[in-house]
Write a protein that binds this ligand. Structure first.
Ligand code: MG
Length: 404
């Protein structure tokens, strides 16, 4: 049995703006991407704007219709990151297991904090008051025995509130709610469930799981478990890093390209970006993939296994060989993307790679040399920026619009 809290800052962006300019507290206000264009959307609103029916993610146009006096403030992301860190630092006073879920939400495992700070409800209350007194921000807290129910709980009462979902009460509280209120139950999933006459979370919890998985696969099983309050995901310690699944970089050309040399050169640049990114994050890859889009918008994706590497030369050599095997008709190419997957953190690698196992001394030396050159380039780039590059990439530099 674990004790999990989900702490959700109320109207976070708007609250931070109100801290900076207290006069905004007394007028209906909302934070949006860019108030000068009518295309922006509402990112957050204060309580007064909420009373007018302004909701997150609606267009500025529609929000202004509901509340013509709505004051719009441009978002300041660096301020939100700063406050987000400050809030997480407060959470860390109560447990080391603090896992940010987004900029304004974190999961806390307080199972081991009870002897110091009291019951989970008391801990939630202390944290809520601490955040309010220290920073002037309010939070809603969900208290439960797993992450999913804690998250659902923090949504039930807000602002500045605590909701406890226990083994005893969670069915009474959640089962009557529409199934769309279940976490990760999106619009189309919800429609599918509704067609199966599943209207509420309780309907889903009491349905035949085989019927659900037949229609919705793994996603269905996950939702069925959530509806039944089953979730065994752990809350990670603060700062735990997750290895990404892939790294990619692509470009769309201002003019279609038909020259294999030119395409190869672009692949070298993309591979250099990717390998620098891998090394920055201490990762290696074991699969290289290229995706080529021609002028008829026809896309082909091809991939190849590779020995574990983080070197630009390895990635670009494989990517170029894939290009040469798959691009033989000189049709005009509009865009190209290189991506790598099979990523592993270098700290976890004990196994020798195939390259090292199969190589003779000459290969080892070449690889060592390349690694040294790469390290030197990384160091120079860290000092002087990205201007330095490999000689093999210098020819035919065309203006390329970077996409990712
Ligand atoms: Mg929030």
């Amino acid at each position: 049995m674990r004790d999990i809290l989900h702490c959700d800052l109320n109207g976070f962006f708007a609250s931070v703006e109100c801290l900076k300019r207290p006069e905004l507290k007394n007028v209906p206000m909302a934070v949006c991407g860019d108030p000068d264009t009518r295309h922006g959307v509402i990112l957050a609103k204060n309580e007064i704007a909420k009373k007018y029916g302004v909701v997150t993610a609606e267009t500025i146009y529609s929000a202004k219709k509901k509340c013509p006096k709505l004051v719009l403030v441009k978002s300041n992301h660096s301020d939100y990151i700063k406050y987000s860190k400050l809030v997480n630092n407060i959470y860390l006073k109560y447990t080391e297991k603090v896992e940010p879920f987004s900029i304004d939400e974190s999961f806390l495992d307080v199972t081991e904090s009870k002897s110091l700070f009291g019951t989970p409800y008391e801990i939630a209350y202390k944290i809520k008051e601490d955040v309010k007194n220290t920073l002037g921000l309010t939070i809603s807290v969900g208290v439960s025995f797993n992450r999913i129910l804690a998250k659902m709980g923090s949504d039930l009462k807000k602002p500045d509130a605590i909701t406890v979902l226990s083994k005893e009460n969670f069915k009474d509280i959640l089962f009557p709610l529409p199934v769309k209120d279940l976490i990760f139950c999106g619009k189309s999933t919800c429609n599918t469930l509704n067609k199966m006459r599943i209207e509420t979370i309780g309907d889903l919890a009491n349905s035949d799981v085989n019927r659900i998985t037949k229609k919705l696969g793994k996603m269905g099983l996950m939702l069925y478990n959530y509806a039944n309050g089953i979730d065994s995901d752990k809350v990670e310690k603060y700062g735990t890093k997750h290895t990404p699944k892939s790294v990619s970089k692509g470009v769309t050309f201002p003019k279609d390209i038909t020259s294999i040399e030119e395409l190869s050169n672009i692949i070298r640049k993309l591979s250099d970006y990717i390998s620098t990114n891998l090394r920055k994050n201490g990762l290696t890859c074991s699969v290289v993939c290229i995706s080529i889009k021609d002028n008829m918008f026809c896309v082909i994706n091809r991939q190849k296994q590779i020995f574990k590497t983080d070197l630009y030369q390895d990635i670009s050599n494989v990517a170029i060989s894939i290009l040469k095997e798959n691009y033989t008709d000189n049709r005009p190419i509009r865009a190209i993307t290189v991506s790598v997957s099979g990523l592993e953190s270098q700290d976890d690698q004990v196994q020798l790679d195939i390259f090292t196992l199969n190589s003779n001394k000459k290969n080892d030396l070449t690889k060592e040399k390349l690694e040294n050159v790469t390290k030197t380039i990384d160091n120079i780039r860290n000092k002087f920026g990205d201007k330095i590059t490999f000689g093999s990439m210098i020819e035919k530099e065309k203006n390329i619009n970077e996409e990712k």
